[in-house]
Ligand binder design. Structure first.
Ligand code: SF4
Length: 317
């Protein structure tokens, strides 16, 4: 009989539903067993190996593993797989000693990573120990990309992010922060053996054609840009009455951030029925617990601006 090939994801499809559902195929039962045994460092390292940012994901993962969890079929609720990842991360001991130790003998190859977010950092983590010399470029002053600019600090403390980003940068990555790459030609001229573009798709949704959009522009913000502006401390307050349009997780982050920045009457207005919203159920719950009503089935019709100032919005039910 051939040994089981656990490198083939199909194996987990047949056997371990949660592990198959996790996009990184994290060995969920293995690390939960270790957490149960109080072996947090080992549990962390199992996670670090497969999903790279256990402390970040233990707080923010969208947890596709949990709906797949078989306990959900008998107990109604699945095992709290995501939060157990956080338990491992928060209680671990010295994990650095278990990570690859540089300096690594060079293999003579140079790789450029464009963007300093999770994609590039993962590439860096996997290639540095193999002896690749890595240059990482990002326009921000620190690594982390969207994890830093889009996830509000009340969900992901900066210290947790910095720790996990630094585990990777400490592998000997040459960082070029505050450096925006505007020309691929220029990067190509530097004779890299490979270039990885890990820039993501950082464009938020706007409603450019809605009447009043331009007149009210000073008080209308694009979700992801606004969250970044809060993360980088350019924005420190918001008006008392706030409408957040949209039903995804960004909208949930925006409304809860607005609440913390002085929004007294914050409402989420979404086109779809509540049950069809894209936001994860627990994100909606958190918003509702903060007294933020979610008004569904309302389609935005116009921004109402008076004398160049935004006064409200009209919707069609
Ligand atoms: S919480 Fe996220 S990273 Fe962890 S096992 Fe589930 S899907 Fe994978």
């Amino acid at each position: 009989m051939k040994p089981t090939d656990i490198k083939n994801p199909e194996y987990f499809h047949k056997v371990v539903d949660c592990q198959y559902a996790c996009p990184a195929h994290t060995p969920v039962p293995e690390y939960i067993r270790l957490v149960a045994a109080g072996k947090y460092t080992e549990a962390y390292m199992i996670n670090w190996d497969s999903n790279v940012f256990p402390g970040v994901l233990g707080r923010t993962c969208d947890r596709p593993c949990e709906p797949a969890c078989r306990r959900g079929r008998v107990d109604e609720e699945p095992v709290a797989i995501c939060r157990l990842k956080r338990v491992a991360a928060d209680n671990k001991g010295d994990v650095k000693a278990h990570m690859p130790q540089g300096p690594f003998p060079s293999n003579g190859k140079r790789v450029a990573l464009i963007g300093g977010g999770p994609a590039s950092l993962t590439v860096a983590r996997d290639l540095a120990p193999l002896g690749y010399e890595i240059d990482l470029y990002d326009e921000q002053k620190l690594g982390g990309g969207f994890m830093r600019s889009q996830i509000p600090s009340f969900r992901l403390p900066e210290a947790v992010l910095n720790e996990e980003v630094n585990y990777i940068l400490d592998l000997g990555i040459h960082t070029h922060f505050n450096t925006r790459v505007n020309s691929m030609k220029e990067v190509l001229s530097k004779n890299y053996d490979a270039i990885f573009v890990g820039t993501g798709a950082p464009t938020g949704r706007d409603l450019p054609d809605l009447p009043g959009r331009n007149e009210g522009a000073a008080n209308i913000h694009i979700g992801i840009n606004w969250l970044a502006s809060v993360a980088f401390e350019h924005t420190e307050k918001i008006g008392k009455k706030v409408i957040v349009l949209g039903g995804g997780n960004t909208a949930m982050d925006c409304c809860r951030t607005a609440r913390r920045l002085g929004g007294e009457e914050v409402k989420v207005v979404v086109r779809s029925p509540f049950s069809d919203m894209k936001a994860s159920p627990w994100e909606k719950e958190d918003a509702i617990h903060e007294d933020i009503p979610i008004i569904d089935c309302h389609v935005p019709k116009s921004f109402v601006a008076e004398n160049g100032k935004l006064k409200g919005m009209t919707f069609e039910k």
